[in-house]
Design a protein around this ligand. Structure first.
Ligand code: COA
Ligand code: AMP
Length: 635
């Protein structure tokens, strides 16, 4: 527990951010300590700690070893899929990272070069990320549930020299072979990758040797390269140099490359580990997410390790691997103190085990707090989790762009009373306001656009990869002086923030952020499709699921069932299985405004059973009326 309470800490952070963040910078080991916190020369693009120098992997590994904690646990790999576990101490993980940094160095990777990492939830993912950081290079991790086309789009944007992958990933019902997908991505991408490094896993059908030359690229085996690799030390980089690019869905089909720097990222995460998560060196944090998402970057890999804590890397699902007690088993076996997961995972457990009867079989007495993020923690799931576990269940709100929580209950400062459905208060450094469409602040309790005043605190995105203009246009132009979160919500009279949903076409399916625009682009590739609208509708398990309304070309003889299965396949191939695109209806026409814009928002409101207003600009009201029973059966 910190010495200052939340209110005082928050006030300090906004009244004197320079002092606040320079103090926080003391949590990090610098090669050159920063004397300045904020650099506003490029406003509205800001940089933090412009004169600082450090290495992020040194902060995650070496400094704990140098402090005599080399034998302490750093990484616990628990695979429910293989029924195996493996633990790495800080010294062991450091040795692996030094060696793999040697492999990357041998492949020509130097500071500033990009490395794309397409790996399942195996220790190699953590090792590859830290090894890239060790060289001062920039990683871009691509979630294993994305298809080859999405991987290719990221390769073309990030322009990596090396792709690191594995033979495949394990899903409950199948083995996912990665190498054919990587080869396909390399063949479709315009950018030429120098080499592919493959971590081989038993039981998969393909090897690096077999693919050597595919996509005009050299393919080599991780273990073989490691035999002759020269271990590499940490390369000192500027705090403002990029650590990683992480692509996220925007409103268009082309993903946005969120750029995170080295220095402010390390400072923000170290600060958050103490003050939000209340985790100290030697304690165990388990974030049940995937390294392909921001939550995985921040709280499977960097946050816990920078803080000198142990982190759990779980390869498995909340249910079915083998049952809904999986989370309680992992928490008990690894003496987890803080668990962080997505509400959809809690709903899946609840659905399979409504009374949480399986909890009785495990000793989870070490567990102090359950954190949830990725989507709003609905009050019912909140109550179920709180009552089942008897510990604080903390919703906290953030985005890929911010890299850490915007609103949270600061468990390491002074925990605040929890209100169901709210992620509590703004985190120190974030200035949250609710505004109407013209940027005017609305009254307490009224819903509006959630904006964050500039500059954003350390740890948030520096820009979008390769395009400051796109960063400005996507986030900074809608409300001058503020960053537009794309979320809507309200602040109640007590100052609690409530985040209710997106104002754009981004949807959240089982914790996976997707763009309906990208799904529409995939659907439009079908030769029989004339027009389509994809909307995200509420789903009791996944939070949201995509539903498509499709108009067929004149003369098409395809049945609705044929269209459904063809489009499900197409979206699976173009975007990935996680899009879970199964709800497709063939319709006569789509409701539009007179200027031809499809009324997606109105359609979504009807489907969700919310209040809706039909825009006065609607072209033909009867089209909407005809669609009504399909959108909301029973109307
Ligand atoms: N690689 C390849 N395929 C993957 C994948 C990966 N990394 N992750 C998911 N998939 C596949 C699944 O196998 C499934 O394929 P199928 O249609 O052939 O069965 C499909 O994508 C949909 O999977 P998923 O979204 O996981 O849905 P589900 O119905 O299988 O499981 C949950 C539902 C709630 C149990 C599961 O989504 C879950 O654990 N969600 C939490 C996600 C999370 O933590 N996100 C991080 C946000 S902080
Ligand atoms: P991602 O970038 O994948 O982390 O997704 C970010 C989006 O998920 C946010 O903009 C919100 O729409 C939603 N989100 C994440 N966490 C929460 C939360 N705790 N409450 C409400 N919405 C959330």
């Amino acid at each position: 527990m910190g010495t200052n309470g939340y209110a005082k800490t928050y006030a300090d952070s906004v009244e004197d951010p320079e002092k606040f963040w320079l103090d926080a910078a003391g949590l990090i080991d610098w090669d050159v300590a920063p004397r300045q916190a904020l650099d506003d020369h490029g406003a509205p693009l800001y940089r933090w700690f412009p004169d600082g120098q450090l290495n992020t992997s040194f902060n995650a590994l070496d400094r704990h070893v140098l402090a005599g904690r080399g034998d302490d646990t750093a990484l616990i790999y628990d695979s429910a899929m293989l029924d195996t576990q493996r633990t790495y101490s800080f010294s062991e993980l450091l040795a692996e990272v030094e060696t793999f940094a040697g492999v990357l160095h041998g492949q020509g990777i130097r500071a500033g070069d990009r490395v794309v990492i397409y790996l399942p939830m195996v220790p190699e993912a953590v090792i590859a990320m830290l090894a890239t950081a060790r060289l001062g290079a920039v990683h871009s991790v691509v979630f294993g549930g994305f298809a080859a086309a999405e991987l290719a789009a990221r390769i073309d944007d990030a322009r990596p020299d090396v792709v690191v992958t594995a033979s495949g990933g394990l899903e409950p019902k199948r083995r996912v072979e990665y190498l054919p997908a990587v080869a396909e991505a390399l063949e479709t991408a315009a950018h030429r990758v120098r080499s592919v490094v493959v971590a081989s896993r038993d039981g998969f059908g393909h090897t690096a040797e077999e693919y050597d030359g595919a996509g005009g690229t050299e393919w080599a085996d991780w273990a073989k390269l490691a035999e002759t690799a020269e271990p590499q030390g940490p390369v000192s980089v500027a705090a403002t140099d990029p650590l990683y690019i992480l692509y996220t869905s925007g409103t268009t089909g082309s993903p946005k490359g969120v750029v995170r720097d080295n220095g402010s990222h390390a400072v923000a995460l170290a600060w958050s580990m103490r003050n939000i998560y209340d985790i100290a060196p030697g304690q165990v944090m388990w974030t049940a997410s995937d390294v392909g998402w921001v939550v995985g970057h921040s709280y499977i890999v960097y946050g816990p390790l920078i803080a000198g804590a142990a982190t759990v890397l779980y390869e498995g699902k909340p249910v079915g691997t083998p049952d809904a007690g999986a989370f309680w088993r992992v928490a008990a076996e690894h003496r987890v103190e803080v668990l962080f997961t997505a509400p959809t995972a809690l709903r899946a457990i609840r659905r399979a085990d409504p009374e949480a009867a399986l909890l009785a079989g495990y000793d989870v007495s070490k567990l102090r707090t359950l954190f949830a993020a990725g989507e709003r923690l609905d009050p019912e799931t909140f109550r179920w989790a709180s009552e089942s576990l008897g510990i604080p269940v903390v919703d906290h709100w953030w985005q890929t762009e911010t890299g850490w929580a915007i609103c949270a209950n600061p468990m390491g400062l002074d925990p605040q009373p929890i209100k169901a459905g709210s992620p509590t208060f703004p985190v120190p450094g974030f200035r949250v306001r609710i505004v109407d469409g013209s940027g005017t602040e609305v009254a307490a309790g009224s819903e509006g656009n959630i904006v964050l005043d500039l500059p954003l605190p350390p740890g948030t995105l520096a820009t979008l990869w390769g395009s400051d203009d796109r960063y400005r246009a996507s986030y900074l132009e809608a409300f001058e002086g503020s960053y537009a979160t794309g979320d809507s919500g309200y602040v109640d009279e007590d100052g609690y923030v409530f985040v209710m949903g997106r104002t754009d076409d981004v949807i959240n399916v089982a914790g996976h952020r997707l763009s309906t625009g990208a799904i529409e682009q995939a659907v439009a590739k079908h030769p029989d499709v004339a027009e389509c609208a994809v909307i995200g509708v509420r789903d009791s398990l996944k939070g949201q699921r995509p539903c498509g309304y499709v108009v067929l070309k004149a003369g098409s003889t395809a049945t609705e069932q044929e269209v459904q299965s063809a489009l499900a396949d197409l979206v699976r191939k173009q975007i990935g299985p996680v899009a879970d695109f199964r709800d497709v209806r063939v319709v006569e026409a789509l409701p539009k405004t007179r200027s031809g814009k499809i009324l997606r928002k109105t359609m979504r409101q009807i489907a969700d059973g919310d209040d809706f207003v039909v825009p006065s600009t609607i072209e033909d009201r009867s089209v909407l009326d005809d669609l009504m029973p399909l959108l909301r059966p029973g109307t």
